[in-house]
Design a protein around this ligand. Structure first.
Ligand SMILES: [Zn+2]
Length: 489
């Protein structure tokens, strides 16, 4: 993609389903994939005369999110009606918050690991995106359109949604992706949302404007509606930067408008021009009381978790692992907890445990599409395996085979699996010595070459001893003994 000669400004509005058992203004269950129109009642169907009742848990979770992002929580939060007609919203208004949203201000720090893999090397360091506010609202139903008719499922209607609105602080598609990844990570960490984009639990509108360098005032705001995957966000923004740049180059001025992203075609099309808050005729909802937040705020404070970037720093300091490795382990709260349990049980130390978690455990979890919570191996047994390998009881490769067996359901201890497979490594020098002497006598030319400084030959000689020992000798002991017997130290 060619670089745009224009300055790019991006803000996001993220809709995120709050993880509650019931809907925002009624007691219907929130359930993904239930039979259509079976989780409904007069309130969420918008029947005349039905009155809403507040779900306080949704407010508490939103405040918890606000505390994680450093938002101000107002003493009182209130509800407004956003009026518009849409077939899957039978009340013809949406309950939302305009005047006193539940969280105000705040910010999200972007970490290198939040950026797309292919962009991490060039990712800006220490970028922070400010939030304008977070408000709560209800989701609408879901329409499915056919050739001659449409079907509507109201199971989703009235589900609590947090809308997180950022300041226009991002300058590239990759920063927008990083912000989404950072938000998802924190929301999952706090148990505020599962933020599963495939299930529609996190959706995103992108506001993007271009202006020539030197111009202070932002260009016309173009909104891209309802992007539902992180890759779509990235591609849609790239496309939109190219499209707007080409039009500006051709002297076509941009006007405030809303566009739809077509994922298959890889392009955006115009939906409508200009739309402002006054078009929605917001008015305070007369049915819902204002909420005093003090009690919910106190409850939320108790549940604020150690944030991912704090955990990462602590892992780096406490365990002596690299910031990158610490970031991988801290990225997922369940994995971080699992690692800490293993590290505290491992006599071999946290650093070796971290290496085994990152290089071996994660690969196996990913291959089986398992989350750390579902890991078939307990942290304690894993720690015992790491210890067995690092004490020379078995080789690295044997350790990996033992881990495979544990993953496949072998419930025996790592030592017992090693013994059953005849894996015990021979580490005592009296058993290894004859093999070493035999190899030194067998290949005097090689030994000479090694002494001249060809390090590869050393590995080859170690391999010969391993072969004589039928793979049972501890390679570390073999290589040390070879060096001393050959007079290299
Ligand atoms: Zn209901």
């Amino acid at each position: 993609m060619r670089m745009s000669r224009y300055l790019v400004t991006i803000g996001l509005e993220i809709h995120c389903q709050v993880k509650t058992a019931s809907k925002m203004f009624c007691s219907c269950a929130v359930e993904y994939g239930a039979e259509p129109n079976t989780r409904v009642c007069p309130v969420c169907l918008g029947l005349p005369g039905a009155l809403p009742a507040l779900n306080r848990e949704a407010i508490r979770l939103s405040i918890l999110a606000g505390l994680m992002f450093g938002c101000r929580i107002p003493e009182v939060t209130t509800w407004d009606r956003k009026n518009y007609f849409y077939p899957d919203m039978p009340k013809n208004y949406q309950l939302s918050q305009l005047h006193a949203p539940v969280c105000q201000g705040g910010e999200v720090g972007l970490d290198r690991l939040h950026f797309p893999n292919d962009f991490q090397k060039q990712a800006p360091e220490g970028k922070v995106v400010r939030l304008d506010h977070i408000h709560l609202e209800e989701d609408v139903g879901k329409s499915t359109h056919y050739e001659n008719n449409s079907l509507i499922d109201f199971n989703r209607a009235g589900t609590p949604l947090m809308e997180i609105v950022t300041e226009p602080d991002m300058e590239s598609a990759e920063e927008a992706v990083a912000l989404l990844n950072a938000l998802r990570q924190n929301l999952i960490y706090g148990g505020v949302s599962d933020a599963d984009m495939e299930k529609g639990q996190l959706r995103c509108d992108v506001n993007i404007s271009l202006r020539p360098p030197g111009q202070k005032e932002l260009g016309a705001k173009i909104e891209l509606k309802n992007l539902n995957s992180i890759s779509a966000v990235r591609r849609a923004i790239h496309h939109e930067i190219e499209r707007q740049s080409a039009e500006l180059d051709a002297g076509i001025p941009q006007v405030q408008s809303t566009r739809r992203w077509d994922d298959d075609a890889g392009e955006t099309t115009l939906l409508r021009t200009k739309e402002d808050a006054h078009d929605y005729r917001y008015l305070p909802d007369p049915d819902l009381p204002a909420v005093e937040t003090a009690e919910l705020l106190a409850a939320a404070r108790r549940d604020v978790p150690e944030l991912p970037h704090h955990k990462r720093q602590r892992f780096t300091d406490a365990y002596g692992i690299t910031p990158y490795d610490a970031g991988v382990l801290a990225a997922d709260r369940a994995l971080a907890d699992w690692f800490e349990q293993a590290a505290s049980a491992a006599p071999a130390g946290a650093k070796k445990t971290a290496n085994w978690v990152i290089n071996e455990l994660l690969a196996r979890l990913n291959a089986d599409s398992l989350h750390a919570e579902q890991c078939p191996v307990s942290p304690q047994r894993f720690a015992a395996l790491v210890d067995l390998v690092s004490s020379g009881g078995v080789s690295q490769n044997q350790g990996k085979e033992i881990l495979d067996a544990m993953f496949a359901g072998d419930a025996a201890s790592p030592e017992a699996i090693a013994a059953a497979r005849g894996f015990e490594q021979v580490s005592d020098s009296s058993s290894i010595e004859p093999f070493v002497d035999q190899v030194l006598a067998e290949f005097p030319d090689k030994v000479e070459e090694w002494k001249q400084g060809n390090a590869k030959v050393g590995n080859w000689l170690t391999g010969q001893v391993m072969r004589h020992s039928k793979g049972k000798a501890n390679p570390r002991v073999v290589s040390e003994m070879l060096r001393s017997r050959a007079g290299l130290e």
